[in-house]
Design a protein around this ligand. Structure first.
Ligand code: 5GP
Ligand code: ZN
Length: 114
């Protein structure tokens, strides 16, 4: 998608601080972190949101979640815990329409979320 900022980040057209990459997944630090660790984990392929995923994306979804776990380990979050969030659509608070997981940690999280 030529007008998608996260596709531009994957392609290197917009700079980002990479923390992890494999064949299917790219992860980078959020520009406006809400916690000491705030990493965005995205598929390299443009998929708008969870709502646009189907059975053909099951393996990709697993790879995204396992990337979150691996990054949490690299970031030293595994012992004390962390949160993985997916904002989906307008009322879910999604502002960038390229699927992403937020990995946040390094402080205590609250529930319910805002
Ligand atoms: P959403 O609100 O869609 O769940 O999350 C989008 C996230 O992308 C926000 O946390 C926002 O700070 C982050 N973001 C938006 N534009 C950029 C950018 O150009 N670079 C980086 N690193 N993060 C971005
Ligand atoms: Zn995209």
């Amino acid at each position: 998608m030529s007008d998608c900022i996260f596709c531009k980040i994957v392609n290197g057209d917009i700079p980002s601080t990479k923390v992890y990459e494999n064949e299917y997944v790219y992860a980078f630090r959020d520009l406006e972190p809400v916690a000491p660790t705030h990493v965005l984990i995205i598929p390299k392929e443009h998929i708008q949101s969870l709502d646009y995923m189907n059975e053909s994306n099951i393996e990709l979804l697993g790879k995204l979640m396992l990337a979150a776990k691996e990054i949490a380990r690299f970031e030293g979050l595994s012992e004390n815990g962390y949160r993985v969030v997916n904002n989906n659509g307008l009322m879910g608070g999604q502002t960038v329409n390229h699927f992403h997981l937020h990995l946040v940690g390094g402080r205590s999280m609250q529930w319910p979320p805002g």
